[in-house]
Ligand binder design. Structure first.
Ligand code: COA
Length: 173
């Protein structure tokens, strides 16, 4: 699989992929909203035989209370086309996004997802660093991958997703 940055013209294929991979249109809406807000720090797609079969998106988070200079990012969403799953493509996309964030000198990558899936990349419970999010999920599902030593909060902190994530609330309504 070729991994490359998303570019103009990919939008429809990314939307189609997200609709296929998830049960709802929420993730497709989210990526659209993040793109419109220019809030995509990382937007990578995976191509196989000329078809777009994977995508990963990362956007900035804010911390409350604020930690000036600490740069945290959210991984969401990640998707691989159902017919191409379990062939290592999702892992390639996650590793590519992590490499890019290290290049950008990001401090941490956060994700809401299956602990079993994300642990293999070094993600650990965000609660280990007193980090939480506003979504009502079991705490072990909110995870963090610290990318730079000594940069994590040392007091209870809420990590807030970009305002574009509000489209998810609308989708639930
Ligand atoms: C999750 C997803 C991106 C994984 O992509 P993939 O290309 O199938 O993953 P890989 O082939 O690199 O890795 C396969 C491994 O992931 C595991 N896996 C796949 N989907 C998983 C899930 N939803 N939860 C937990 N583990 C999962 C497989 O069991 C397999 O584990 P193993 O190596 O121990 O056998 C893909 O299944 C997908 O798009 N799912 C639908 C959308 C989704 O749930 N996205 C994640 C949002 S956080």
């Amino acid at each position: 699989m070729l991994i490359r940055a998303e570019r103009a013209g990919d939008e429809v294929a990314v939307e189609r992929l997200l609709q296929l991979a998830f049960d709802t249109p929420a993730e497709a809406r989210l990526v659209k909203a993040l793109r419109m807000s220019r809030a995509l720090t990382v937007a990578f797609v995976g191509e196989r035989n000329g078809s777009l079969v994977g995508a990963i998106h990362v956007s900035p988070m804010t911390l409350n209370p604020s930690h000036p200079g600490v740069r945290c990012y959210a991984l969401a969403p990640l998707a691989v086309s159902p017919t191409c799953q379990r062939q290592g493509l999702g892992s390639l996309l996650v590793r590519a996004a992590i490499r890019e964030l290290i290049e950008l000198r990001a401090d941490a990558l956060l994700v809401l997802g299956e602990p079993h899936w994300y642990q293999r990349f070094g993600f650990e419970p965000a609660a280990n660093y007193q980090l939480s999010c506003r979504y009502p999920v079991p705490p072990e599902y909110f995870m963090v991958l610290p990318l730079r030593a000594g940069r994590m909060p040392t007091q209870p902190t809420i990590a807030n997703y970009h305002s574009a994530f509000r489209v998810l609330d609308d989708a639930d309504a």
